[in-house]
Write a protein that binds this ligand. Structure first.
Ligand SMILES: CC(=O)N[C@H]1[C@@H](OP(=O)(O)OP(=O)(O)OC[C@H]2O[C@@H](n3ccc(=O)[nH]c3=O)[C@H](O)[C@@H]2O)O[C@H](CO)[C@@H](O)[C@@H]1O
Ligand SMILES: C=C(OP(=O)(O)O)C(=O)O
Length: 435
């Protein structure tokens, strides 16, 4: 297990280019299974989860050609269905969450799929019911073997379009159902669909491949199935979670950072949420300029009462940035209630921040009150472990702002979603060593 040794206290200065979006990449890569024609994808981040999914595609028989550091062409014209029965697949599929999204395309094109209980972050229960209920409505059947934690899914007949109201606006669930529906017979209507930018990107890609989808960007998608899809080129958006992490990092460390080419119009309320924590920023064209701030003050509600920052499905504030918002608040002036509604085990990392000297009360698994130090009491470096990807990055931000040396174990969690994070931050003045 690798770890980071971080010497805190440096002010960073310079420009940083966000990587291609992790969670978009996982959807888009699965969509290459929908056609036998070439699909070229650019701005692919070089991160563990994405590379693992590319390995799964290659093992499934997809021809993978790396054109340059961030561009790949995929041709899924000779799929090896037997791979789904192998131990290798069980191990590879379990290693990440994104692999669940091969289900929709595989069922639509080949009528069969298998799925080990997926991995990803251990951040509470992560039900798959929306995926299975949706695919069942399209005509698939599934069996779950609790002995080996494997789902077997089949669709002996072509999938058939229908109306469905999702029990929750699941992001990967919606992606799976959309990818099943584009090749189904007839019309599928998905109400309470997730509609975040990454799903919009998936739909736009499918439209270019010849799919018929209306309502993109809303929670009501109408999909008219087509016989066949063709190849296309697709470019990934910059990663909005990484952008939010850099905004929090700049505020917390008092650094002057410009985030280049941020596609600001796709960031929803992320910039405004950090503004409410007191972080100033300017939009310069498509760049986000964050000035060095000696102090930053948390907003209150209009009546003066304490602010809450809570996650919500898009266009609400993404749960993947709650940990970063929380750590950013620890050095602000003022108090905020952080409410992580979606996941029940994502706030436990605050114990480490408390050890570092932060003033936080964990009210229950979902809510933490943060009383900012207004930089009067710096955090102190300690030894800690990264429990999940976003808590990991929040701890890295805390360590970069802290006095002295911190050690962060299990940085593989951070590497799941942040490309060469140590090198990129060192290039603008951080002091991080990978051991
Ligand atoms: C690979 C990938 O893309 N992972 C993202 C995806 O995971 P994923 O697609 O797995 O997450 P879901 O959108 O299915 O659900 C997230 C959590 O929120 C709960 N929930 C969801 C919708 C809802 O209306 N009410 C509700 O309570 C679910 O029960 C679950 O606990 O979306 C999550 C929510 O943005 C992100 O945290 C993950 O980073
Ligand atoms: C929870 C996340 O990832 P995954 O769904 O892949 O576990 C995340 O990206 O914050």
């Amino acid at each position: 297990m690798a770890c980071f040794e971080v010497i805190g206290g440096n002010k960073l200065k310079g420009e940083i280019i966000p990587q291609g979006a992790k969670n978009e990449a996982l959807q888009i890569l699965c969509a290459v299974l929908l056609t036998s024609e070439p699909v070229t994808i650019s701005n692919v981040p070089d991160i563990r989860d994405v590379n693992k999914l590319i390995e799964i595609l290659a093992s499934l028989g997809v021809k993978v050609e790396k054109k340059d550091a961030a561009t790949y062409t995929f041709i899924a014209d000779d799929i090896n269905l037997d791979y789904l029965k192998t131990e290798q697949y069980a191990a590879q599929g379990r290693a990440l969450r994104g692999s669940v999204m091969i289900m929709g395309p595989m069922l639509a094109r080949f009528g069969v799929c298998a799925l080990p209980k997926p991995g990803g972050d251990k951040i509470g229960r992560r039900p798959m019911d929306t995926h299975f209920n949706g695919l069942k409505k399209l005509g698939a059947t599934f069996n779950y073997d609790s002995q080996d934690s494997f789902f077997q899914i089949t669709a002996p007949n072509k999938l058939k379009g229908t109306y469905m109201l999702l029990d929750e606006a699941s992001v990967t669930g919606t992606a799976n159902i959309v990818m099943g529906a584009v090749l189904a017979e007839g019309t599928t209507t998905i109400y309470n669909a997730a509609c975040e930018p990454y799903l919009q990107q998936l739909c736009k890609m499918l439209l270019r491949m010849g799919a018929k989808i209306s309502g993109v960007g809303s929670n009501l998608l109408v999909i008219e199935g087509v016989e066949k899809l063709g190849g296309t080129d697709h470019r990934m958006l910059p990663d909005m979670i990484e952008i939010g992490s850099f905004i929090g990092l700049a505020g917390m460390t008092g650094s002057e950072i410009t985030i280049k080419n941020a596609q600001i119009q796709e960031l929803g309320i992320i910039p405004d949420t950090f503004r409410r924590l007191g972080i100033q920023m300017e939009f310069r064209g498509d760049d986000i300029y964050i000035p060095a701030q000696d102090s930053y003050e948390i907003d209150t509600y209009i009546d003066g009462s304490i602010l809450t920052i809570a996650d919500a499905i898009w266009p609400g504030f993404t749960p993947d940035l709650i940990s970063v918002a929380l750590v950013t608040a620890t050095q602000a002036k003022g108090t905020v209630l952080i409410h992580q509604k979606m996941f029940e085990s994502r706030l436990f990392f605050v114990d480490k921040l408390i050890d570092m000297g932060a003033q936080i009360i964990l009210c229950d698994p979902h809510r933490a009150t943060v009383i900012g130090h207004n930089r009067q009491v710096p955090l102190r470096g300690i030894k800690m472990t990264s429990p999940d990807i976003r808590a990991g990055v929040a701890l890295l931000i805390a360590a970069l702002s802290a006095e002295g040396k911190s050690i962060i174990d299990n940085v593989e969690q951070i590497d799941r979603g942040y490309q060469y994070i140590d090198k990129r931050l060192n290039a603008i003045g951080a002091d991080i060593r990978r051991l």
